[in-house]
Design a protein around this ligand. Structure first.
Ligand code: CA
Ligand code: CA
Ligand code: CA
Length: 297
């Protein structure tokens, strides 16, 4: 009998998949630029960075950290509805708090930052055509050992989705040119909504506060010709006002060879059917959001 139990245990161990590694977000509150930069680079990245040019802007107050490193991003929807979202280990930049709940607790997770330096980002304001707030960025100068471009993998997530039309924005600038676009050409923001997997409030579909997530996308930026050193700026900010957080999970930055910049290997995602209860909840929250936003400006 004991042998049978042991055999059964071994058989089950062979059949059952290994438990998934937990999704862990570790807010950064000291040595932020170097810590984030180290987590951003892929293995054998081929990117040579002038560390004296490394620059970071973001809040680092303990408990209110704006940025984080993360590991184990393999988000399997617990109800089987929607896609699994997998991205290489890397960093989280936000327009609010990176120190956030591991379930979706509210529709409008909002953190307005008042620290000097976390205000408007000029490059993102120009890109979006709107004023930006609560910027969070990493930038540096670099050269490549080989290749003519840099690539990274990212997931954009937001609490502007799905109730708001305000377009918080993410930019991946190489030599001053943004390369972050959705398949189809839209800037990376909380719209178009078809790009997102829904994480309804009160559900535990994905283990995170954000209401919606894009799939993992590859962004590629060509180096400007004729320059001996190049510049990278990875940035996110709120637009229109400083409420309703957005974040970008980005990692595996590496050199590559490409013929054009922008989004690589696009995989358009079908919109996820929303159960009637969520739809009703969304309508209610949209009304609340509209009222709140009106009173906030
Ligand atoms: Ca939320
Ligand atoms: Ca904010
Ligand atoms: Ca916002």
């Amino acid at each position: 009998m004991k042998t049978n139990v042991k055999n059964l245990t071994i058989a089950l161990a062979l059949i059952l998949p290994a438990p998934a590694m937990a999704f862990i977000i570790s807010p950064v509150n000291s040595d932020a630029a170097a810590t984030l930069f180290a987590a951003l680079l892929g293995p054998d990245s081929g990117i040579n960075v002038d560390m004296t040019t490394l620059a970071f802007v973001g809040k680092t107050t303990v408990g209110e950290e704006q940025s984080a490193t993360y590991t184990g991003m393999n988000l399997v929807p617990d109800d089987g509805v929607g896609a699994t979202i997998t991205n290489p280990d890397g960093i989280l930049l936000t327009s609010g708090h990176a120190n956030m709940p591991t379930t979706n607790t509210e529709s409008n997770f909002s953190n307005s930052l008042s620290q000097p330096g976390t205000g408007s980002n000029a490059a993102l304001s120009t890109l979006s055509g709107n004023n930006t707030f609560d910027q969070n960025f990493l930038s540096f100068d670099f050269t490549l050992a080989a290749g003519n471009a840099v690539s990274a993998n990212f997931v954009f997530a937001s609490d502007e989705f799905p109730t708001q039309t305000v377009t918080d924005i993410f930019g991946f600038f190489v030599d001053g040119v943004n390369n972050a676009f959705f398949p189809g050409g839209a800037l990376v923001s909380n719209v178009p909504q078809a790009n997102f997997q829904s994480n309804p409030v009160g559900s535990s579909r994905y283990p995170n506060e954000y209401n919606g997530f894009t799939p993992s996308l590859t962004v590629t930026g060509l180096l400007a010709p004729g320059l001996t050193t190049h510049n990278m700026l990875i940035a996110i900010a709120d637009t229109f006002d400083s409420i309703f957080d957005s974040g970008v999970f980005i990692g595996n930055l590496r050199s590559t060879t490409a013929s054009s910049g922008g989004i690589g290997d696009p995989a358009p995602v079908a919109s996820v059917p929303v159960p009637a209860t969520y739809a009703l909840m969304a309508i209610g929250l949209a009304l609340l959001g509209a009222l709140r936003r009106r009173s906030a400006v």
